[in-house]
Write a new protein. Structure first.
Length: 103
């Protein structure tokens, strides 16, 4: 990790993706996870939580290095699994409000 990442947590979409297994990188329970989270949703949720998100769209998750999924850096304000769960729940809330518009 580079020095600019100090005090930051890396949130990969795989961490909160309901369609992924634990061995594929999901770190929160399936019932708290969201289906195929987008980087902008993670960024929005982190912004609402005041975590100063930084999106790095060109990054690939090490377990699936051939898939460029991007990642979001957020302020380190606690355990990664707790923050990942809060972000996933915030995305669920956002999706709940805009569900009819999504195709």
């Amino acid at each position: 990790m580079m020095m600019k990442d100090k005090g930051k947590l890396v949130i990969w979409p795989a961490y909160i993706d309901q369609t992924k297994s634990r061995s594929s990188g999901r770190i929160i329970s399936r019932k708290n996870a969201v289906k195929e989270p987008h980087l902008n949703e993670i960024k929005e949720a982190a912004k609402q939580m005041g975590l100063n998100p930084e999106v790095e769209p060109e990054k690939a998750y090490p377990k699936t290095w051939w898939e460029v999924s991007g990642r979001v850096l957020v302020d380190d304000k606690g355990p990664k699994s707790v923050i990942a769960k809060q972000i996933a729940l915030a995305i669920k809330k956002m999706r709940g409000q805009e569900a009819p518009a999504r195709t």
